[in-house]
Design a protein around this ligand. Structure first.
Ligand code: ZN
Length: 551
């Protein structure tokens, strides 16, 4: 329906706020900016930080119109004067928008900066909005910095970024910073309701709430999901909660309770039947598991602190059910399930055998409950944990041997005591000589590796939510002697599957190649307990930061 006849305007575009009064959930930021306009104390450089769809560019555009408006109303643009109209029609030279993700070279920035030297022929301010500013090259940052240091009186820079941590300190220190956090569910829901009313869309309140929750703090995502649901529901009177779940491939929350009870009771057949139902209904399995993890998380929070009940974003029925489930469960049991299903998510994303893997996880979850629940004493549990730890220690030791045997491994130096115990006498002396050696970079850092390290958060951040993403985001980065990117985990147990399953390496290499267009070899390592990353490896992030500072 979007393509035929008149161009269909997406809801998030159609309802993009045009004045500060239309903006929802950003009261503090809006008040500060309006005050600056009312008191004529307008800054020259602003930094708007926050995840996508949270209003950075929208507010930047309103501000750009407001500072140039001939008759601002309480700090908001009037929308009617020549300046407001020209900017709205994209016919004004006073507002320049640039997306640094696609224009990040020094020439792109020079283009802007050269224009800064001409004062505006009409209107008061030239406003430069640079989106995704962290994507600028080092040379481009340096060029921009010169202008930010001595901006002409009529120039305003609004830099927007999802990753402020990637900006040089020199830029950060020049800007007034505003943080755009995720929007609360209620704010998104209320806005969706307003939009639904003015579009004359009939939508159940529970459906709106579900969509708002699924938007995960982004107003733009919320409006897009609403768009999607209404498009699929076209010609039908009311968009119901059930229909919404169907369209978004989600399931009714009572299913989660049913599944949880089966697993809790150790009823494997019942748990597998829930899975069967989900698949028969054609639901998306990854989505289902993700939602079940959210259900468990809410239960965990409720169990940890009943006071959180009021903060749960759930409707009455769902909350009652969750409270009942939490009452029968142990905290350790809930956490154990979260671990099992988080690991499952990582596995099934890439797997053809989704169903079998899910069945295995269900059986494990149900069995575990029977094992350490029924008639279990504290000692038994302790013993099984001790065995598990022993097993891991042995594997760790074996790995250390392997690593120590590998000749010329500059990056790896084992701590003195474990080493003496773990190594045959002959090797210990050879190793001792290496021990004092400070870690050094084996070779120059290849440009491809640099690029990946610089954009690490971005590339890894795009991985599906789960343990893999968290582990990789928390890992340290170094360089191997053959120019490979070495990913170092600070916790052996977390790193377990990365180190022992070759597929994890191949997948990440493919993932990074798909995002960066660069093929880089990677290697996984883990720190031993008590080892410090910087004592054993060169911190590649530091090296690359140093380069930027020097340039
Ligand atoms: Zn105006």
């Amino acid at each position: 329906m979007a393509e035929n006849g008149q161009a269909y305007l997406a809801l998030y575009r159609k309802y993009r706020p045009q004045t500060f009064e239309d903006v929802r959930g950003r009261d503090a930021i809006v008040r500060t900016l309006k005050n600056q306009i009312l008191s004529e104390r307008i800054g020259h450089s602003y930094l708007f930080c926050g995840t996508r769809g949270t209003g950075k560019t929208t507010i930047a555009k309103i501000y750009a119109r407001a500072v140039n408006c001939e008759n601002p109303r309480d700090g908001s643009p009037c929308g009617e004067c020549a300046s407001c109209r020209a900017i709205a029609a994209d016919a004004s030279l006073n507002v320049v928008e640039m997306d640094a993700a696609s224009n990040n070279s020094v020439d792109d920035i020079r283009g802007i900066i050269d224009a800064v030297s001409y004062s505006p022929t009409q209107g008061r301010f030239r406003v430069y909005i640079i989106d995704e500013v962290h994507m600028l090259s080092t040379a481009a940052f340096n060029a921009l910095l010169k202008t930010l240091e001595e901006p002409p009186s009529y120039a305003i820079f609004i830099l927007a970024t999802t990753e402020p941590n990637k900006l040089p300190v020199t830029i950060l220190s020049r800007c007034q910073r505003y943080d755009f956090g995720r929007l609360p569910v209620e704010v998104i829901r209320d806005r969706l309701r307003e939009v639904a009313e003015s579009e004359k869309l009939q939508i159940e309140d529970r459906a709106l709430r579900y969509i708002a929750g699924a938007a995960d703090g982004s107003m733009r995502d919320g409006l897009s999901l609403l768009d999607q649901c209404c498009a699929f529901n076209y010609g039908i009177d009311v968009l119901t909660y059930d229909r919404t779940l169907e369209i978004l491939g989600a399931v009714d929350a009572s299913v989660f309770s049913r599944l949880f009870r089966h697993l809790h009771e150790g009823e494997i057949a019942g748990g597998l039947q829930v899975l069967e139902d989900i698949l028969t209904q054609g639901r998306e399995l990854v989505q289902f598991i993700t939602d079940y993890i959210v259900y468990l998380r809410n239960m965990m929070l409720l169990k940890a602190s009943p006071a959180l009940r009021d903060k749960m974003d759930l409707s009455g029925d769902d909350l009652d059910r969750l409270t009942e489930d939490a009452a029968v469960a142990e905290l350790s049991e809930i956490m154990r399930e979260i671990r099992i299903f988080s690991a499952l998510i990582d596995q099934i994303r890439y797997s053809e055998n989704r169903r079998i893997l899910t069945e295995m996880a269900l059986i494990r979850a149900a069995n575990g409950r029977m094992d350490d629940g029924a008639g279990d004493t504290g000692e038994d549990l302790l013993e099984s944990l001790t065995n598990r730890i022993r097993e891991l220690e042995q594997r760790l030791l074996a790995d250390e041997r392997k690593l120590a045997d590998r000749a010329g491994n500059v990056a790896f130096v084992a701590p003195a005591e474990t080493q003496a115990a773990a190594l045959p006498a002959g090797d210990a002396s050879a190793q001792a000589g290496r021990q004092e050696q400070k870690p050094v970079l084996p070779t120059a850092v290849p440009e491809d590796v640099r690029d990946i390290v610089r954009n690490w958060k971005q590339y890894i951040g795009q991985l599906p939510a789960g343990l893999t993403r968290v582990s990789l985001l928390n890992a340290d980065l170094s360089l191997g002697e053959e120019g490979q990117l070495v990913i170092v985990f600070n916790n052996y147990v977390t790193a377990d599957h990365f180190l022992h399953d070759e597929r994890y390496r191949k997948r990440l290499e493919a993932w990074l190649a798909a995002r960066s267009g660069k093929r880089v070899r990677i290697e996984y390592k883990a720190l031993d307990k008590g080892q410090k990353f910087t004592d054993n490896y060169v911190d590649l992030r530091d090296v690359i930061r140093m380069d930027i500072d020097v340039e």
